[in-house]
Design a protein. Structure first.
Length: 249
């Protein structure tokens, strides 16, 4: 029983730390005079290694990682990397990194814009040696939705009389890691209606911002919609509509 557990544990470690499914490269791949060993890599070849599990990257964020190399006996060449099938909205820098002779990996940075295609993607990574065929491996990249925010206003239409000033609260609901200030801007106001301040900021940590609406004595009567937008330094804008009813004094 003890021996069985030990062997099972060994296979678990190999599964978690191996280089994953990929094709080797280098001159030894096509050299028929070199025999493949019972265990390990054929001489004068190399394999690429990437994280075994899918790596998560949020929209609007960057991820620093690396592509490793496992060199067999007699393989000492530089290997240049190329990336294909990147998700829409994702870039990698440098675009053609080189794993130099003696280096164990190349550092790369994935950058996802705010509209990057969500979901799990398989990025093809090719390692090109100076001689022999390329090595191949897949880098699993999971693009997650960006943490953002939404705005809230009174559910029912806000009523204001001519020649009256009324304070309105504009609330914010933040996703768990969204911590930016949000600047509020407002569209066209009804005739005779003014707003102070005309542009407001919901600061990091704050739950709302207050603005004052003032209706002039001759403000237009009726039901109106005031459009507003919330803009943060990172990510997409949020929008909301405030319903306003102007009545006689």
């Amino acid at each position: 029983m003890k021996r069985f557990i030990g062997i099972a544990g060994l296979f678990t470690v190999v599964a978690l730390t191996g280089c994953g499914e990929g094709k080797p490269g280098g001159p030894g791949v096509t050299d028929t005079t070199v025999k493949k060993p019972v265990y390990g890599q054929k001489e004068d070849t190399f394999n690429l290694s990437v994280p075994m599990m899918a790596t998560s990257l949020q929209q609007g964020a960057t991820l620093e990682t690396n592509v490793g190399i496992e060199r067999a006996k007699n393989f000492g060449e530089d290997v240049s990397l190329k990336f294909f099938d990147l998700p829409t909205g994702v870039t990698v820098t440098p675009s053609s990194p080189i794993i130099k002779h003696g280096d164990e990996n190349a550092k790369i940075t994935f950058t996802a814009d705010a509209t990057a295609a969500k979901g799990e993607h398989k990025v093809k990574v090719f390692g090109h040696p100076q001689k022999g065929p390329d090595a191949e491996i897949e880098f699993k990249l999971n693009i997650e939705a960006m943490d953002s925010f939404s705005l809230s206003v009174p559910l029912l239409s806000t009523s204001i009389k001519q020649n009256e000033t009324k304070a309105i609260s504009i609330g914010i609901s933040r996703d768990k890691t969204f911590a930016s200030d949000v600047t509020l801007s407002f569209g066209e106001l009804p005739p005779g209606i003014t707003m102070e301040p005309s542009e407001s900021i919901i600061m990091h940590g704050a739950e709302e911002a207050k603005v004052n609406l003032t209706a002039a004595a001759d403000a237009a009567l009726g039901d109106f919609t005031i459009r507003m937008a919330g803009h943060s330094a990172t990510g997409l804008d949020a929008s909301k509509e405030l319903k306003l009813t102007v009545v006689k004094e």
